[in-house]
Design a protein around this ligand. Structure first.
Ligand code: NAP
Length: 303
Protein backbone atom coordinates (compact mmCIF):
# COMPACT_ATOMS: atom_id res chain seq x y z
CA UNK A 1 0.00 0.00 0.00
CA UNK A 2 1.28 3.47 -0.81
CA UNK A 3 0.43 6.30 1.59
CA UNK A 4 1.17 3.76 4.31
CA UNK A 5 0.97 6.31 7.12
CA UNK A 6 -2.39 7.67 5.96
CA UNK A 7 -5.79 7.14 7.53
CA UNK A 8 -7.04 4.78 4.89
CA UNK A 9 -3.93 2.63 4.51
CA UNK A 10 -3.57 2.08 8.26
CA UNK A 11 -7.18 0.98 8.67
CA UNK A 12 -7.02 -1.09 5.48
CA UNK A 13 -3.94 -2.84 6.84
CA UNK A 14 -5.71 -3.56 10.13
CA UNK A 15 -8.67 -4.99 8.22
CA UNK A 16 -6.48 -7.24 6.05
CA UNK A 17 -3.63 -8.36 8.31
CA UNK A 18 -3.95 -12.01 9.12
CA UNK A 19 -5.59 -12.66 5.74
CA UNK A 20 -2.92 -11.13 3.48
CA UNK A 21 0.67 -10.05 3.86
CA UNK A 22 0.50 -6.26 3.90
CA UNK A 23 3.39 -3.82 3.38
CA UNK A 24 2.86 -0.17 4.19
CA UNK A 25 4.86 1.91 1.72
CA UNK A 26 5.82 5.07 3.58
CA UNK A 27 7.14 8.52 2.66
CA UNK A 28 8.30 11.12 5.24
CA UNK A 29 6.82 9.40 8.29
CA UNK A 30 7.38 5.87 9.52
CA UNK A 31 4.69 3.33 10.48
CA UNK A 32 4.71 0.62 13.15
CA UNK A 33 1.79 -1.75 13.17
CA UNK A 34 1.95 -5.32 14.50
CA UNK A 35 1.41 -7.97 11.83
CA UNK A 36 2.16 -5.54 9.02
CA UNK A 37 5.43 -4.77 7.19
CA UNK A 38 6.59 -1.27 6.48
CA UNK A 39 9.10 0.10 3.98
CA UNK A 40 9.98 3.58 2.80
CA UNK A 41 9.26 3.70 -0.95
CA UNK A 42 10.11 6.29 -3.57
CA UNK A 43 7.03 6.97 -5.69
CA UNK A 44 8.74 9.80 -7.54
CA UNK A 45 11.23 7.60 -9.38
CA UNK A 46 9.79 4.86 -11.58
CA UNK A 47 12.97 2.75 -11.71
CA UNK A 48 13.48 2.78 -7.95
CA UNK A 49 9.83 2.06 -7.38
CA UNK A 50 9.91 -0.85 -9.84
CA UNK A 51 12.85 -2.38 -7.91
CA UNK A 52 11.17 -1.85 -4.56
CA UNK A 53 7.86 -3.37 -5.68
CA UNK A 54 9.73 -6.35 -7.09
CA UNK A 55 11.62 -6.81 -3.77
CA UNK A 56 8.33 -6.75 -1.86
CA UNK A 57 6.92 -9.35 -4.27
CA UNK A 58 3.56 -7.57 -4.37
CA UNK A 59 0.66 -9.07 -6.29
CA UNK A 60 -1.62 -6.11 -5.59
CA UNK A 61 -0.80 -2.42 -5.15
CA UNK A 62 -3.25 -0.17 -3.34
CA UNK A 63 -2.38 3.43 -4.10
CA UNK A 64 -3.66 5.74 -1.36
CA UNK A 65 -0.79 8.27 -1.17
CA UNK A 66 -1.56 11.86 -1.95
CA UNK A 67 -2.00 15.40 -0.75
CA UNK A 68 -5.43 15.33 0.88
CA UNK A 69 -5.51 18.77 2.49
CA UNK A 70 -7.91 20.59 0.16
CA UNK A 71 -6.83 24.11 1.15
CA UNK A 72 -3.13 23.25 0.84
CA UNK A 73 -3.80 21.90 -2.67
CA UNK A 74 -5.44 25.23 -3.51
CA UNK A 75 -2.41 27.16 -2.30
CA UNK A 76 0.11 24.85 -3.96
CA UNK A 77 -1.43 23.47 -7.18
CA UNK A 78 1.91 22.21 -8.53
CA UNK A 79 2.47 20.21 -5.34
CA UNK A 80 -1.07 18.86 -5.57
CA UNK A 81 -0.57 17.83 -9.18
CA UNK A 82 2.71 16.12 -8.31
CA UNK A 83 1.49 14.27 -5.20
CA UNK A 84 -1.94 13.34 -6.51
CA UNK A 85 -1.50 12.88 -10.26
CA UNK A 86 2.16 12.42 -11.19
CA UNK A 87 2.86 9.88 -8.44
CA UNK A 88 -0.34 8.00 -9.32
CA UNK A 89 0.85 7.79 -12.92
CA UNK A 90 4.23 6.45 -11.78
CA UNK A 91 2.56 3.77 -9.68
CA UNK A 92 0.25 2.87 -12.57
CA UNK A 93 3.19 2.56 -14.98
CA UNK A 94 5.04 0.26 -12.60
CA UNK A 95 1.94 -1.87 -11.96
CA UNK A 96 1.19 -2.20 -15.68
CA UNK A 97 4.78 -3.08 -16.61
CA UNK A 98 4.99 -5.73 -13.88
CA UNK A 99 1.48 -7.12 -14.47
CA UNK A 100 0.44 -6.36 -10.88
CA UNK A 101 -3.19 -5.55 -10.04
CA UNK A 102 -3.70 -1.92 -9.04
CA UNK A 103 -6.32 -0.26 -6.88
CA UNK A 104 -6.17 3.51 -7.24
CA UNK A 105 -8.04 5.44 -4.54
CA UNK A 106 -9.87 8.46 -5.86
CA UNK A 107 -12.43 10.74 -4.27
CA UNK A 108 -16.07 11.85 -4.10
CA UNK A 109 -14.85 15.43 -4.57
CA UNK A 110 -14.86 15.53 -8.41
CA UNK A 111 -18.25 17.09 -9.06
CA UNK A 112 -19.86 20.52 -8.80
CA UNK A 113 -22.21 19.27 -6.10
CA UNK A 114 -25.43 20.62 -7.57
CA UNK A 115 -26.86 17.10 -7.97
CA UNK A 116 -27.13 14.09 -5.66
CA UNK A 117 -25.90 10.52 -5.94
CA UNK A 118 -23.43 11.01 -8.80
CA UNK A 119 -22.95 7.86 -10.90
CA UNK A 120 -19.62 6.76 -12.36
CA UNK A 121 -20.58 8.12 -15.80
CA UNK A 122 -21.51 11.59 -14.53
CA UNK A 123 -19.34 14.33 -15.98
CA UNK A 124 -16.80 15.57 -13.42
CA UNK A 125 -16.75 19.32 -12.81
CA UNK A 126 -13.95 19.88 -10.32
CA UNK A 127 -14.33 23.05 -8.27
CA UNK A 128 -10.85 23.18 -6.74
CA UNK A 129 -7.21 22.15 -7.22
CA UNK A 130 -7.54 19.02 -5.10
CA UNK A 131 -10.38 17.79 -7.30
CA UNK A 132 -8.56 18.79 -10.50
CA UNK A 133 -5.44 16.88 -9.46
CA UNK A 134 -7.45 13.78 -8.45
CA UNK A 135 -9.36 13.85 -11.75
CA UNK A 136 -6.10 14.10 -13.68
CA UNK A 137 -4.83 11.15 -11.64
CA UNK A 138 -7.80 9.02 -12.72
CA UNK A 139 -7.17 9.88 -16.37
CA UNK A 140 -3.44 9.16 -16.21
CA UNK A 141 -3.96 5.93 -14.26
CA UNK A 142 -6.45 4.68 -16.86
CA UNK A 143 -4.04 5.52 -19.67
CA UNK A 144 -1.03 3.88 -18.03
CA UNK A 145 -2.84 0.87 -16.57
CA UNK A 146 -6.17 0.19 -18.29
CA UNK A 147 -6.97 -2.72 -15.93
CA UNK A 148 -6.68 -0.55 -12.82
CA UNK A 149 -9.56 -0.48 -10.38
CA UNK A 150 -10.36 3.13 -9.50
CA UNK A 151 -12.38 3.71 -6.34
CA UNK A 152 -14.21 6.97 -5.67
CA UNK A 153 -14.96 7.07 -2.00
CA UNK A 154 -15.52 8.90 1.27
CA UNK A 155 -14.55 7.02 4.41
CA UNK A 156 -14.17 7.31 8.16
CA UNK A 157 -12.23 5.36 10.78
CA UNK A 158 -9.71 5.82 13.56
CA UNK A 159 -6.76 8.11 12.88
CA UNK A 160 -3.58 8.77 14.83
CA UNK A 161 -2.04 11.51 16.90
CA UNK A 162 -0.95 13.61 13.92
CA UNK A 163 -3.94 13.00 11.66
CA UNK A 164 -7.54 13.05 12.80
CA UNK A 165 -10.33 11.67 10.66
CA UNK A 166 -13.72 13.38 10.47
CA UNK A 167 -15.11 10.85 12.95
CA UNK A 168 -12.10 11.37 15.28
CA UNK A 169 -12.66 15.12 15.23
CA UNK A 170 -16.28 14.66 16.28
CA UNK A 171 -15.56 12.07 18.98
CA UNK A 172 -12.52 13.83 20.47
CA UNK A 173 -14.22 17.26 20.46
CA UNK A 174 -17.30 15.96 22.24
CA UNK A 175 -15.27 13.91 24.73
CA UNK A 176 -13.32 17.07 25.56
CA UNK A 177 -16.56 19.03 26.01
CA UNK A 178 -15.80 21.33 23.07
CA UNK A 179 -18.66 22.86 21.04
CA UNK A 180 -18.72 21.45 17.54
CA UNK A 181 -19.95 23.27 14.42
CA UNK A 182 -20.97 20.88 11.63
CA UNK A 183 -22.19 21.78 8.15
CA UNK A 184 -25.82 20.92 7.54
CA UNK A 185 -25.52 21.91 3.86
CA UNK A 186 -22.75 19.45 2.84
CA UNK A 187 -23.77 15.89 1.96
CA UNK A 188 -21.68 12.71 1.77
CA UNK A 189 -22.19 8.95 1.42
CA UNK A 190 -19.52 7.75 3.88
CA UNK A 191 -18.31 4.19 4.44
CA UNK A 192 -16.25 2.70 7.27
CA UNK A 193 -12.64 2.23 6.07
CA UNK A 194 -12.70 -1.50 6.89
CA UNK A 195 -15.88 -2.01 4.85
CA UNK A 196 -14.22 -0.14 2.00
CA UNK A 197 -11.20 -2.45 2.15
CA UNK A 198 -13.30 -5.62 2.19
CA UNK A 199 -15.47 -4.48 -0.73
CA UNK A 200 -12.36 -3.43 -2.69
CA UNK A 201 -10.83 -6.89 -2.29
CA UNK A 202 -14.13 -8.47 -3.36
CA UNK A 203 -13.99 -6.36 -6.53
CA UNK A 204 -10.40 -7.47 -7.16
CA UNK A 205 -11.45 -11.11 -6.67
CA UNK A 206 -14.09 -10.56 -9.36
CA UNK A 207 -11.44 -9.17 -11.72
CA UNK A 208 -13.23 -5.80 -11.78
CA UNK A 209 -11.57 -2.81 -13.41
CA UNK A 210 -12.52 0.76 -14.20
CA UNK A 211 -14.25 3.30 -11.98
CA UNK A 212 -16.44 2.26 -9.05
CA UNK A 213 -18.18 4.41 -6.47
CA UNK A 214 -17.22 2.56 -3.28
CA UNK A 215 -19.37 4.35 -0.74
CA UNK A 216 -22.16 3.71 1.70
CA UNK A 217 -25.78 3.89 0.62
CA UNK A 218 -26.90 6.68 2.93
CA UNK A 219 -26.68 10.32 1.82
CA UNK A 220 -26.23 12.32 4.98
CA UNK A 221 -25.24 15.88 5.92
CA UNK A 222 -22.08 16.34 7.97
CA UNK A 223 -24.29 17.67 10.76
CA UNK A 224 -26.48 14.57 10.79
CA UNK A 225 -23.42 12.33 10.53
CA UNK A 226 -22.10 14.03 13.68
CA UNK A 227 -25.33 13.74 15.65
CA UNK A 228 -25.81 10.07 14.71
CA UNK A 229 -22.19 9.28 15.57
CA UNK A 230 -22.48 11.13 18.88
CA UNK A 231 -25.64 9.21 19.75
CA UNK A 232 -23.96 5.90 18.91
CA UNK A 233 -21.05 6.77 21.22
CA UNK A 234 -23.24 8.18 23.99
CA UNK A 235 -21.74 11.66 23.59
CA UNK A 236 -23.46 15.00 24.33
CA UNK A 237 -25.53 16.08 21.32
CA UNK A 238 -26.09 19.56 22.73
CA UNK A 239 -22.48 20.49 21.95
CA UNK A 240 -23.14 20.09 18.22
CA UNK A 241 -24.52 23.07 16.36
CA UNK A 242 -25.42 23.68 12.76
CA UNK A 243 -23.05 25.56 10.46
CA UNK A 244 -23.04 26.52 6.77
CA UNK A 245 -20.08 25.84 4.52
CA UNK A 246 -20.49 29.19 2.75
CA UNK A 247 -20.12 31.04 6.03
CA UNK A 248 -16.96 29.14 6.96
CA UNK A 249 -14.77 31.18 4.55
CA UNK A 250 -12.67 28.18 3.58
CA UNK A 251 -9.85 28.87 1.14
CA UNK A 252 -10.93 26.37 -1.51
CA UNK A 253 -14.48 26.16 -2.84
CA UNK A 254 -16.06 22.81 -1.97
CA UNK A 255 -18.91 20.90 -3.58
CA UNK A 256 -21.97 20.88 -1.33
CA UNK A 257 -23.24 17.52 -2.45
CA UNK A 258 -20.61 14.78 -2.76
CA UNK A 259 -23.02 11.85 -2.54
CA UNK A 260 -22.24 9.01 -4.94
CA UNK A 261 -24.46 6.26 -6.32
CA UNK A 262 -23.13 2.79 -5.41
CA UNK A 263 -25.42 0.76 -7.74
CA UNK A 264 -22.54 -0.44 -9.91
CA UNK A 265 -20.71 -1.75 -6.86
CA UNK A 266 -23.80 -3.52 -5.53
CA UNK A 267 -24.35 -5.25 -8.87
CA UNK A 268 -20.70 -6.26 -9.27
CA UNK A 269 -20.19 -7.97 -5.93
CA UNK A 270 -23.70 -8.54 -4.64
CA UNK A 271 -22.63 -5.97 -2.09
CA UNK A 272 -24.90 -5.74 0.90
CA UNK A 273 -23.84 -2.35 2.18
CA UNK A 274 -23.66 -1.94 5.90
CA UNK A 275 -25.56 0.95 7.37
CA UNK A 276 -24.07 3.87 9.23
CA UNK A 277 -25.66 2.46 12.36
CA UNK A 278 -23.77 -0.84 12.00
CA UNK A 279 -20.54 0.94 11.04
CA UNK A 280 -20.74 3.23 14.07
CA UNK A 281 -21.20 0.10 16.20
CA UNK A 282 -18.16 -1.43 14.44
CA UNK A 283 -16.15 1.73 15.16
CA UNK A 284 -17.04 1.43 18.85
CA UNK A 285 -16.12 -2.24 18.81
CA UNK A 286 -12.78 -1.39 17.16
CA UNK A 287 -12.07 1.03 19.99
CA UNK A 288 -13.00 -1.58 22.57
CA UNK A 289 -10.59 -4.01 20.92
CA UNK A 290 -7.76 -1.46 20.99
CA UNK A 291 -7.66 -0.15 17.39
CA UNK A 292 -7.87 3.51 18.44
CA UNK A 293 -4.95 3.19 20.87
CA UNK A 294 -2.94 1.05 18.49
CA UNK A 295 -3.24 3.53 15.63
CA UNK A 296 -2.74 6.57 17.84
CA UNK A 297 0.98 5.81 18.11
CA UNK A 298 1.41 3.94 14.83
CA UNK A 299 2.97 6.84 12.94
CA UNK A 300 6.22 8.54 13.86
CA UNK A 301 8.67 11.10 12.49
CA UNK A 302 11.12 9.10 10.40
CA UNK A 303 14.82 9.90 10.96
N1 NAP B 1 -9.67 11.34 3.98
C1 NAP B 1 -10.80 11.37 3.29
O1 NAP B 1 -11.86 11.68 3.84
C2 NAP B 1 -10.82 11.02 1.83
C3 NAP B 1 -12.03 11.13 1.15
C4 NAP B 1 -12.08 10.74 -0.19
C5 NAP B 1 -10.95 10.25 -0.81
N2 NAP B 1 -9.77 10.20 -0.14
C6 NAP B 1 -8.61 9.69 -0.83
O2 NAP B 1 -8.16 8.55 -0.12
C7 NAP B 1 -6.74 8.45 -0.18
C8 NAP B 1 -6.18 8.30 1.22
O3 NAP B 1 -6.55 9.42 2.00
P1 NAP B 1 -6.09 9.55 3.51
O4 NAP B 1 -7.02 10.49 4.16
O5 NAP B 1 -5.87 8.19 4.06
O6 NAP B 1 -4.69 10.28 3.32
P2 NAP B 1 -3.76 10.93 4.45
O7 NAP B 1 -4.15 10.44 5.79
O8 NAP B 1 -3.73 12.40 4.22
O9 NAP B 1 -2.35 10.30 4.11
C9 NAP B 1 -1.69 10.62 2.92
C10 NAP B 1 -0.52 9.69 2.76
O10 NAP B 1 0.16 10.03 1.54
C11 NAP B 1 1.54 10.17 1.82
N3 NAP B 1 2.11 11.17 0.91
C12 NAP B 1 1.81 12.47 0.85
N4 NAP B 1 2.59 13.07 -0.09
C13 NAP B 1 3.39 12.11 -0.59
C14 NAP B 1 4.42 12.09 -1.56
N5 NAP B 1 4.78 13.21 -2.20
N6 NAP B 1 5.05 10.93 -1.83
C15 NAP B 1 4.69 9.79 -1.19
N7 NAP B 1 3.72 9.74 -0.25
C16 NAP B 1 3.09 10.89 0.04
C17 NAP B 1 1.62 10.61 3.27
O11 NAP B 1 2.88 10.30 3.83
P3 NAP B 1 3.75 11.43 4.61
O12 NAP B 1 2.82 12.03 5.63
O13 NAP B 1 4.86 10.66 5.22
O14 NAP B 1 4.15 12.42 3.57
C18 NAP B 1 0.51 9.76 3.88
O15 NAP B 1 0.96 8.47 4.17
C19 NAP B 1 -6.25 9.69 -0.92
O16 NAP B 1 -5.97 9.34 -2.24
C20 NAP B 1 -7.43 10.65 -0.86
O17 NAP B 1 -7.46 11.49 -1.99
C21 NAP B 1 -9.68 10.58 1.16
Amino acid sequence: MTGGTGLLALNWACAMRGQSEVTLGTHRHGARLPGVNSLRVDLSDVDTLRRQISQIGADLIVHTAGLTNVDRCEEMPAEARHANAELARNVAEVAAAAGIRLIHVSTDHLFSGIHQFYAEQATPEPLNEYARSKLLAEQWVQQACPDALILRTNFFGWGYAGRQSFSDWIIYSLRAGRPLPLFDDVFITPILADALAHAAHALVDQGASGIFNLVGGERISKYDFGTHLAAAFGLPLELIHRAKVEQAHLHAVRPKDMSLDNSRLRQAIAYAPGSLETWFADLREQERQGRREELFDAVFEAP
